[in-house]
Design a protein around this ligand. Structure first.
Ligand code: ATP
Length: 579
């Protein structure tokens, strides 16, 4: 999307607030015209003081009153203009944020799998800010700037075309001096932003990995790497600020020289009676008013460029294809019986890298299935397909004999309870976290679910009990406790089928026993898929699927698979027999 298309699109958002925009233009015109009438009145006032003893006090009083009124009106409309542009900018960004959030919710999971979270967050926060700043500054500065330049030029031409010529010659000089400096400083600012980004990333990594940093005694190296980046940022920051600080004084110098030249030429013109002293005063003020917006517009251009780049990043997400919507006649899956059929399923994340090549299986209600296999074997992929986070390339997956592609995604997912290794809790009370899948749950139901999940006793010991607030990342809860809460969450919804991912990381023995008990209780009577890491879970499963390179290469009970002496037996012998 090029710059023009981007701005057209951005303005269609702002265009919804056309009424405000029209009022903003009217306010800009009035405030600028008031600021231009001011110097004319000042000139006229000066001309009322013709010489010693020849001062027209009555006229001066009248002119000064009018001048005061004009300036008050100008300020009032200037203030209204700022408020209106604020409103347009914030409403536009409000709409874009809403649309982006909505979009992130309906994008296929492949988007989230393939894009770093930080990048999506940055589009949400930094890019939105850049757009809002661009609109805010761009709109008012460009509008008032352009009207001021045109207005001041007209008034200057009216007073003295010759002096106007001098101003017109100096304006480009001032503009190019400013541009020369800002181009250099912008380049440095960009480099500074890149270094800053790197530094942020580094600090984020180091804070996130503090445990590992300390465990591997990486602190000193980490500090010296930080020091290097910090030093680079300091140097670049100083240089960019140095260049940035040159722009204003340099252009002011050019403007002051012009001002002096005009003053000299103007004084001669006054002596020669071609202009009055008052007109010269007006002209000098106009020449200042004329030069000012050039600098401001140059400054705003950078902001507009950054707003353009940010809008493009936002629009590129908004333009992505959302998840294929449900079929118009898609069925609502009520309470499933729990029969699942995979029939000749083929799937690949990337067309040129086939993963699941031909998978068929019939799972009867209440079957406990353990999925085992090396890392990257495709265990999570199987889950992704069951939940329709991804759709199969060919073949079908059926639930109670119905193709899952013919079922609404919401009702399909409601039939599965999922407990993953990476627990997800959000910033709310423990009660709200448990009730996340059933908003209207009563307190009794929440407590009952927590009890079934063996979470009640630890929750009760917390000072605030069920009202304990969870901070974003789980706060002070242990990993095992977090998992118990997610189990309680699933218990509350009471789905007919389950997908569980057993934690591989070490959890204290007592919590681990609790989790196992909770898992066992949850699994009772339900069709369940467990990505299994514990021997007990695997042994107790009705069916073990051994996956390798995306395919199920062996399936059967523990005894059957051991007896066949294949991959599973090898895994069992290498991992579990020594325990
Ligand atoms: N979103 C994705 N896009 C592309 N390739 C992917 C994606 N997710 C997984 N893969 C690839 O598919 C293969 C199977 O991955 P999967 O996550 O299913 O393995 P897994 O058995 O669950 O592994 P682990 O035990 O480590 O979690 C891997 O080679 C992985 O790199």
């Amino acid at each position: 999307m090029n710059t023009k298309e981007t701005w057209n699109r951005l303005l269609t958002y702002a265009g919804q607030y056309r009424k405000n925009a029209i009022w903003a233009v009217i306010c800009a015109v009035i405030s600028v015209v008031a600021s231009l009438i001011g110097p004319l009145l000042i000139g006229k006032t000066v001309d009322q003081m013709i010489g010693v003893g020849k001062v027209q006090f009555d006229n001066i009083r009248e002119l000064l009153v009018i001048l005061a009124i004009v300036y008050v009106i100008g300020s009032l409309f200037g203030w209204l203009l700022i408020n209106l542009t604020n409103r347009i900018a914030y409403q536009t960004v409000y709409d874009m944020r809403r649309e982006l959030f909505d979009k992130l919710n309906i994008l296929p999971l492949s988007y989230h799998d393939n894009h770093p979270q930080g990048d999506s967050i940055s589009r949400f926060v930094n890019d939105m800010d850049a757009v809002s700043d661009g609109l805010l500054q761009g709109f008012s500065t460009l509008l008032t700037g352009v009207i001021t330049i045109v207005g001041a030029l007209v008034f200057m031409l009216y007073i003295s075309p010759m002096m106007t010529l001098v101003v017109l010659i100096s304006a480009p000089v001032s503009y190019y001096v400013a541009r020369f400096i800002t181009t250099r400083s912008q380049q440095l600012f960009r480099e500074q932003a890149t270094i800053l980004g790197g530094l942020n990333g580094y600090v984020e990594e180091m804070i996130g990995g503090q445990k590992v940093v300390q465990a591997l005694q990486y602190e000193e190296r980490s500090f010296s790497e930080f020091e290097q980046k910090n030093q680079a940022l300091y140097e670049k920051g100083m240089r960019s600020q140095f260049y940035g600080s040159l722009s204003n004084p340099a252009t002011r110098l050019v403007n002051n020289v012009t001002f002096s030249i005009i003053a000299i030429i103007g004084s001669v013109a006054v002596i020669l009676n071609t202009v009055t002293a008052g007109e010269l005063s007006s002209f000098l003020i106009f020449s200042n008013l004329f030069a000012k917006p050039f600098n401001e517009i140059t400054g705003v251009l950078t902001q507009l460029q950054s707003a353009t780049a940010s809008s493009q990043r936002i629009f590129s997400v908004l333009d992505l294809n959302p998840e294929q919507p449900d079929h118009a006649n898609a069925l609502q899956l009520k309470q499933s019986k729990g029969t699942i059929t995979f029939d000749k399923v083929k799937f690949a994340y990337q067309p040129d890298r086939p993963l699941i090549t031909n998978f068929s299986l019939v799972v009867h209600p209440g079957t406990r299935i353990a999925i085992v296999g090396q890392t990257g074997a495709g265990k999570t992929t199987l889950v992704n397909l069951l939940m329709r986070f991804y759709d199969v390339n060919s073949g079908v997956i059926m639930i109670d004999g119905v193709n899952i592609n013919e079922i609404t995604r919401d009702s399909l997912r409601q039939n599965f309870g999922m407990v993953l290794q990476e627990t997800w809790l959000y910033g709310a009370s423990i009660r709200d976290n448990i009730a996340y899948g059933k908003q209207d749950a009563t307190d009794e139901e929440v407590v009952a679910a927590a009890k079934s999940a063996h979470a009640h006793s630890f929750i009760k010991r917390l000072p605030e009990g069920y009202d304990t607030l969870i901070t974003g990342a789980g706060g002070s809860l242990s990993q095992g406790q977090e998992q118990l809460l997610t189990i309680a969450r699933v218990m509350l919804v009471d789905p007919p089928m389950l997908i569980l991912d057993e934690a591989t990381s070490s959890i204290d023995t007592r919590t681990e026993i609790r989790i196992q008990k909770a898992f066992q209780k949850m699994i009772e009577g339900r069709t369940s898929f467990v990505i299994a890491h514990r021997l007990s879970t695997i042994r107790e499963a009705d069916l073990i699927l051994y996956m390798k390179n995306g395919d199920v290469v062996e399936s059967g009970s523990h005894e059957q698979l051991l007896a066949s002496g294949g991959h599973y037996a090898e895994l069992y012998n290498s991992q579990f027999t020594s325990v």
